[in-house]
Design a protein around this ligand. Structure first.
Ligand SMILES: [Zn+2]
Length: 474
């Protein structure tokens, strides 16, 4: 046996020597393929990288929760072998959508009261319904409902502010979803914390518990300038600075807010006021920013503040139109958000893209005011910018976290296809999302949720409906 091995070794050496001499180079050796956990092959890869590369018949290799290679299918297939392969031929492969503003448990209040002005809606319906129903089990059930809806619609990261946010983080992690999550702190008693101090202490514990988690980014979330005093706003900012946590905040949402702040703080408008007191840091993420003139946008830009634009919620409550085209012109960090499902009434980022593109055309009288490509960017890399996470998410590029969505392109509402951005923004619906990958893990495959039990979620939500109706009739 040993002799035989020896013979073959000598023979191989001889052959390679001869071939080297004869051909001037060693025998070609088969290159060893690199290993990946998951390959997505085929389909149109819409990268949303800076060069906006769109790759027909592309491929993406994923390893250890990260994207390791993106390119043409022929190249990637040659270089990589993976345990699992998903064929995306005929589909779009896009960065996971980023919802920059939600109150996810409010999904259980979807449609509880519509077509009212903000004050009546809040004081007659939302506040009483919250006071009578919101506890930890409610928050968990509502979060699971919202997560299932978001994953089904291709959202892979969301930025939330509500109560019992620790339970929201727990449900989010279990579902394999990525979240920037902030406990809402406010100057009046809420379901979990009865004082400002208790809310602030809860937030500190919450952040320390979750800050090293691969999916959860815990945040400080003072509610708004009209519901949190000047001192408390600064305390929230200090906590954000000390723990290096994002600072999530509603800002400049309504006329009534502007009037209130002007009366309370010597005529200053909301953005002017919070800037003057030194509230902004470079981790600030705001929602709405409707009541903003050009000088105020410059202040937001100066402090690198992120903005979550929520067109459908703003339209439904007739709150006004945020100056988004101007924000984009200034190169600000702007993403899209749905807001809570009680004021929308869904968590579909597809509808937000479509609405944003159309709202700003109508509002400006200029059909070029916001293009399909710009709207799609706001739902992906722009959302990552708004959350200050553009280095890790928002595009399909090597080195980024593997948050990827595969979308059908052949449903009736999508046929025929001419331009991929127009198609994604104006024709595609949440139902067209087929497969969702978050942090390299497949959480929905061929429309089947793998981390959430859809029938149990619906059963729980319907049980809460009965309970909520009863609580409001008392
Ligand atoms: Zn909100």
């Amino acid at each position: 046996m040993d002799k035989l091995k020896y013979f073959f070794a000598i023979f191989f050496l001889f052959v390679s020597l001869v071939s080297t001499v004869a051909l001037g180079r060693p025998l070609p050796r088969k290159s060893v393929p690199l290993s990946a956990d998951l390959l997505i092959v085929g389909g149109t890869v819409v990268t949303m990288g800076e060069d906006r590369r769109v790759i027909d018949n592309g491929a993406v290799a994923i390893k250890g929760g990260k994207i390791v290679a993106v390119g043409k299918r022929v190249e990637i297939a040659k270089q990589y072998r993976a345990k699992e392969t998903i064929n995306a031929t005929g589909k779009a492969v896009i960065p996971g959508l980023i919802n920059t503003h939600t109150h996810v448990p409010m999904s259980l209040f979807r449609g509880i009261a519509d077509d009212l002005d903000l004050q009546e809606w809040l004081t007659k319906y939302i506040f009483p319904a919250e006071a009578k129903n919101v506890d930890e089990p409610f928050v968990r059930a509502g979060t699971r409902l919202g997560l299932a809806e978001m994953i089904r619609g291709g959202t892979t990261t969301y930025c939330d502010m509500y109560y019992f946010e620790d339970a929201i983080a727990d449900e989010t992690k279990k579902a394999g979803m990525r979240g920037v999550l902030g406990e809402t702190i406010i100057d009046f008693p809420v379901p979990d914390n009865k004082t400002w101090e208790a809310g602030l202490a809860y937030t500190e514990r919450f952040i320390k518990k979750w800050r090293n988690d691969p999916l959860i980014v815990p945040a400080v979330a003072p509610h708004a300038p009209y519901t949190v005093s000047q001192d408390h706003l600064l305390q929230a900012r200090d906590l954000s600075n000390r723990l290096k946590a994002p600072l999530v905040f509603h800002l400049a949402e309504a006329n009534t807010e502007t009037e209130f702040i002007q009366q309370k703080y010597q005529g200053m408008r909301p953005i002017e006021f919070v800037e003057k007191i030194g509230f902004f840091n470079d981790r600030t993420i705001t929602a709405h920013v409707i009541q903003a003139n050009e000088a105020e946008l410059d202040l937001l830009k100066k402090h690198d503040v992120g903005v979550g634009h929520c067109p459908q919620s703003n339209m439904k409550l007739a709150a006004g139109v945020a100056p988004v085209p101007m924000m984009l012109k200034k190169g600000m960090r702007v993403g899209l958000g749905t807001d809570g499902a009680a004021s929308n009434n869904d968590l579909s980022m597809w509808e937000e893209m479509d609405t944003a593109a159309k709202l700003h055309k109508l509002n400006s009288g200029d059909p070029k005011a916001l293009s399909a490509e710009q709207a799609f960017a706001m739902a992906t890399i722009g959302g990552a910018n708004a959350l200050h996470m553009e280095k890790t998410i928002g595009s399909i590029e090597a080195g980024k976290l593997a948050d990827i969505v595969i979308v059908d392109l052949d449903s009736l509402n999508q046929t025929p296809l001419y331009n991929i951005y127009s198609h994604l923004v104006y024709a595609t619906k949440a139902n067209d999302v087929r497969t969702v990958i978050i942090n390299g893990r497949v959480v929905m495959l061929n429309r089947r949720l793998l981390t959430l039990n859809e029938s149990a979620i619906k059963r729980d939500a319907n049980a809460y409906r009965t309970k909520i109706i009863k609580s409001l009739s008392k």
